[in-house]
Design a protein around this ligand. Structure first.
Ligand SMILES: C[S@@+](CC[C@H](N)C(=O)[O-])C[C@H]1O[C@@H](n2cnc3c(N)ncnc32)[C@H](O)[C@@H]1O
Length: 495
């Protein structure tokens, strides 16, 4: 793009703020919490907590930002997402069309000095080109009645991103028939149109999730590699997808069509809603949880969704959209394929050489098929986490095994994706991991005491002190950890 072209595009006038500003000013004065996060508006605490959760589960889902990174939110409201984001990075900017939202944001974010909010008339011109690592927009474009206004934000976001920077935006992807967009129910986008926004701005789409739902989310990258933002790779878990479509899709589409993006998953699952047409709201919520997440909904989750349905805030299609675009569902069907850290790799070396989520899931789950529910849970815990489950974890995981033929696989996936399994006690070179593997192998036929002596010498470079030896021995004997766990503790201590 030529410099003139760039200048011209940055000066292009979009639709005037007019009604968008007036209406959102009024809503901000009325009750900003309610209009921003319906369902989490009862207290300031609940409202702030919803920001923490959405930041983790939606905005940064699969995205890593360096501490020095700077980000921009389009349609930031009072800064519900910016405050927690600013705790993780160097600068968290926001723009909003509403004067009142921006005024309120100064107060709401007063204790977060790295947040800076600005009034906009529909442009991002206040930011220098190539200056930001990450730009995002969530539950905003769905309220904009003009396609051009949205396309302009996406185009300008592409300009203000650094090379390699990421843009994540959400649009309303529902088919709403004939509907006149306004400043609450804005324009909607077919899957193709939603993608075209990024492509026409010169960005490459790197993730596409929730097509045809209320929360169609596109993540796109600007060419280059300067930015301090990255997206984890993701894979389809065909076992879950195939099972889901064979149970609930009633052959509306093949899994291949869904994987190739020819049919949105939402469309393939439409029979689910018809199947439950006669159910009460409560039955509907519970059945939707069971069908899509393969588990009973937790009491708080069911109560929340029920209050939204009973209160008439959303319809059943919107509830399905919420579950389909939740992190839990995405993790099930299309998980992030982040390599597991070395302690898990070490622990599982006998069942698989790989450290990828799906390879390890297959390898561990294949050894569980003939075991009872409780035996399968024990073995999965021992293999993946190197310890016994506590009572609460055992009850939860046994219920997963009982709930579905894929239950054993689900237990393994949950454990592999847990924070405990993902914790990296310190990066190690493959050569160093090999040394640890040899240490484990050479002490295989020895007792725990002899293993501990070797571990102390091999990792900490000294003989075991009696207190330390007794502590680690106690944990090994009681099943709170295994030998790989001890090595991980030692490596962390030595780091
Ligand atoms: C539902 S709130 C979401 C706020 C924030 N994204 C969050 O999740 O906390 C929608 C926000 O979009 C803003 N908004 C509406 N139209 C806009 C536009 N054309 N440009 C920028 N912001 C807009 C509103 O003022 C409001 O603050």
């Amino acid at each position: 793009m030529s410099l003139l072209d760039k200048l011209f595009r940055r000066r292009t006038d979009g639709p005037p703020p007019g009604a968008m500003r007036e209406d959102w000013d009024r809503r901000a004065r009325e009750d900003y919490k309610l209009h921003i996060a319906t369902g989490h508006a009862a207290t300031e605490e609940a409202f702030r907590a919803s920001g923490d959760k959405d930041l983790d589960e939606v905005i940064l889902d699969g995205i890593a930002l360096a501490r020095e990174a700077s980000a921009l939110e389009i349609g930031c409201g009072v800064g519900r997402l910016l405050c927690p984001l600013s705790d993780r990075i160097a600068a968290a900017h926001g723009v909003d069309i509403s004067t009142v939202m921006i005024e309120r944001s100064k107060e709401f974010c007063a204790s977060h000095p790295k947040v800076q909010t600005h009034l906009t008339d529909g442009s991002l011109a206040v930011f220098p080109e190539g200056s930001l690592d990450f730009v995002y927009s969530f539950i905003v474009f769905q309220h904009i009645p003009s396609r051009e206004a949205i396309a302009r934000y996406v185009r300008e976001a592409a300009l203000v991103l650094k090379p390699g920077g990421l843009l994540r935006y959400q649009v309303d992807g529902r088919d709403r028939g004939a509907h006149t967009p306004d400043t609450y129910d804005g324009v909607t986008f077919t899957p193709k149109e939603a993608r075209a926004l990024a492509v026409e701005a010169g960005l490459e789409i790197v993730e596409d999730w929730g097509a045809a739902t209320h929360y169609h989310r596109i993540t796109a990258r600007k060419t280059g590699s300067e930015a301090l933002a990255s997206l984890a790779p993701h894979v389809w878990d065909r076992a879950f997808l195939d099972d889901l479509l064979s149970r609930e899709g009633v052959a509306t589409a093949s899994p291949g069509d869904v994987v190739a993006g020819r049919v949105p998953l939402k469309d393939a699952l439409r029979p689910l809603e018809s199947r439950l047409a006669k159910a009460s709201n409560e039955e509907f919520v519970k059945a939707a949880f069971r069908a899509l997440l393969l588990r009973e909904g937790d009491a708080a989750g069911v109560a929340y969704h029920l209050s939204i349905l009973d209160g008439g805030f959303e319809d059943r299609g919107a509830l399905i959209d919420t579950v389909l675009t939740s992190r839990d569902f995405k993790e099930l069907v299309r998980p992030w394929d982040v390599p597991l850290p070395w302690p898990v790799k070490l622990r599982l070396a006998e069942v698989s050489r790989s450290n990828r989520l799906l390879d390890l899931t297959e390898a561990v789950a294949s050894g569980l098929s003939n075991l009872s529910a409780s035996g399968a849970v024990d073995r999965a815990f021992r293999l993946v986490l190197g310890r016994r489950p506590d009572d609460a974890a055992r009850a939860h995981h046994e219920s997963l095994v009982a709930a579905s033929p894929l239950g054993r696989r689900l237990v393994v996936r949950e454990l592999l994706a847990s924070t405990e399994a993902q914790r990296d006690p310190g990066r190690l070179s493959p050569a160093r991991v090999d040394v640890l593997r040899q240490l484990l192998e050479s002490s295989r036929d020895e007792g725990d005491e002899a293993f501990l002596e070797r571990a102390y010498l091999g990792v900490l470079g000294r003989a075991a002190d009696p207190e330390g030896r007794a502590w680690h021995l106690g944990r090994l004997v009681s099943g709170q950890t295994d030998r790989s766990g001890v090595l991980a503790d030692f490596v962390a201590a030595a780091a």
